[in-house]
Design a protein around this ligand. Structure first.
Ligand SMILES: Cc1cc2nc3c(=O)[nH]c(=O)nc-3n(C[C@H](O)[C@H](O)[C@H](O)COP(=O)(O)O)c2cc1C
Length: 333
C-alpha cells in the first residue's frame, strides 16, 4: 500500500490529512477518534491573544512582560471566557497523557505579538508539538498602507518565532496586493510552513429585513480553486512547506492540491458535513488512488503538477482566458 507519510508543521505526519482549526477537536475523545480515522495532525481551535492576557494578566504583569497593545480589544467580538486558556492547556496535556499518537498544533489568533515568551512556554510545557498563527488584517483601513501591513505581519511573526521553541507556521489570508512576494518573503523567515488559505467569517445581506447576517459558515466544494492556483504558482519557489486549506470535500481535491504542491491538506467543513468518518474516507481514497497510479509516496506526488511539473503551467496565472470565455459565449449565440 502507498506510503502516506509527509512533512508539515516541521513534523513528520502519518498522513497528509490535517484537521484544521475548529471546535471539531475540543475533547480528548474527539481527538482520539480523529487519530484513529487516520488524521496526520490536529490543529486546535484558536486561542485569542486577548484571552491569554485576560486570564494570565496578573502573572504576566508579575513577570514584568510589557503588554503594550490592546487596541484590538474592540475587534474581539465574543465574550472572553475565563479559564478557556487553562482548559486549552489541559486538553493538550490530556491528549498527551492518554498516549494518543498524533501531533497537536496549538492555534493562536495573535494581534500584537506581545507576551509570547510567557504563553509559548506554557504551550510547550503542556505538550503542544507546533504552533499555527491565525493572523489576519482586513486591508480596509484607508490610513494603513500595504507596507505598514507587511511590517505588522513580519514584526508579529518574528516576535512569536523568537519566543517559541516549537515550530511555528502560519495560515494565511489571500488579501495581499503582492501575494506571491508576501508568501515568498514569509517562507524566508523561520516559519516552517504556510497554509493557503484561511477562510474567514463572511457577511451577507438579508434583503427582507435589510440587515447584515452571517454568510454560510461551511465552505462549498468549489472553493478549493483559489488555494490550488496559488499553491501551484508558489510550489518549488518557497523555502518552507506549503499546505492547502479551504474546500477539501473529497479525496480527489486533496490529491489535486498535493499535486499542485501542498505537503498536506487541512479539512474542516467536510467533517462538519459528513462526520468524523470523512477523515477515513479521505485517507483511504488518497491511498487507493496512489496504488492505482503506481505512486508509492506522498513526496513523489507533491508538486507533480506545479509550474515545473505540468504541460501548460501558464494556466495557473491566466485570469482572462479569451479562448475559453469565447467558446463559452458561442454556446448561447
Ligand atoms: C465552525 C468553524 C470554526 C472555525 N474556527 C477557527 C479557528 O478558531 N481558528 C482558525 O484559524 N480557523 C477557524 N476556522 C477556519 C477553518 O480552520 C478553515 O480554515 C476553514 O473552514 C476552511 O476550511 P474548510 O473548507 O475545510 O472548512 C473555523 C471554521 C469553522 C467552520
Amino acid at each position: 500500500m502507498a506510503n502516506l507519510t509527509t512533512h508539515f508543521f516541521g513534523l513528520d505526519l502519518k498522513s497528509p490529512v490535517i484537521i484544521g482549526s475548529a471546535g471539531l477537536s475540543n475533547s480528548v475523545e474527539k481527538i482520539r477518534l480523529l487519530a484513529e480515522n487516520g488524521a496526520g495532525a490536529v490543529v486546535l481551535k484558536s486561542v485569542f491573544e486577548e484571552e491569554i492576557y485576560n486570564e494570565y494578566q496578573s502573572e504576566i504583569e508579575k513577570q514584568s512582560v510589557a503588554h503594550h497593545n490592546l487596541e484590538h480589544l474592540d475587534y474581539f467580538d465574543y465574550e472572553i471566557k475565563n479559564d478557556r486558556v487553562k482548559k486549552y492547556l489541559e486538553l493538550i496535556q490530556g491528549v498527551k497523557s492518554a498516549g494518543i499518537d498524533i501531533p497537536l498544533v496549538a492555534s493562536i489568533n495573535c494581534t500584537s505579538g506581545s507576551d509570547w515568551v510567557f504563553f509559548a512556554k506554557k504551550l510547550e510545557e503542556a505538550g503542544a508539538d507546533a504552533l499555527e498563527l491565525n493572523l489576519f488584517v482586513l486591508p480596509s483601513d484607508f490610513d494603513r498602507s500595504a507596507d505598514q501591513i507587511h511590517d505588522y505581519y513580519f514584526k508579529t511573526i518574528n516576535k512569536v518565532i523568537e519566543a517559541s521553541n516549537i515550530p511555528v507556521s502560519i495560515k494565511l489570508s489571500p488579501y495581499f496586493s503582492d501575494l506571491a512576494r508576501m508568501i515568498k518573503e514569509l517562507s524566508e523567515t523561520k516559519l516552517v510552513g504556510i497554509t493557503l488559505f484561511n477562510r474567514f467569517y463572511n457577511v451577507d445581506i438579508d434583503i427582507d429585513n435589510k440587515e447584515l447576517v452571517p454568510a454560510k459558515i461551511l465552505s462549498h466544494p468549489f472553493e478549493y480553486l483559489q488555494s490550488l492556483r496559488w499553491i501551484g504558482i508558489m510550489s518549488g519557489r518557497v523555502k518552507c512547506d506549503l499546505a492547502a486549506s479551504t474546500g477539501v470535500h473529497d479525496y480527489e481535491t486533496a490529491i489535486k492540491l498535493i499535486m499542485a504542491g501542498a505537503s498536506a491538506v487541512q479539512v474542516v467543513s467536510g467533517i462538519y458535513k459528513h462526520g468524523y468518518d470523512f477523515v477515513k474516507e479521505l485517507v483511504v481514497g488518497i491511498a487507493k488512488w496512489m496504488d492505482e497510479n503506481n505512486i508509492e509516496s506522498i513526496p513523489q506526488l507533491i508538486g507533480s503538477a506545479n509550474t515545473e511539473g505540468i504541460k501548460n503551467p501558464e494556466m495557473y496565472e491566466r485570469v482572462q482566458f479569451m479562448k475559453y470565455f469565447g467558446e463559452f459565449d458561442k454556446a448561447i449565440d
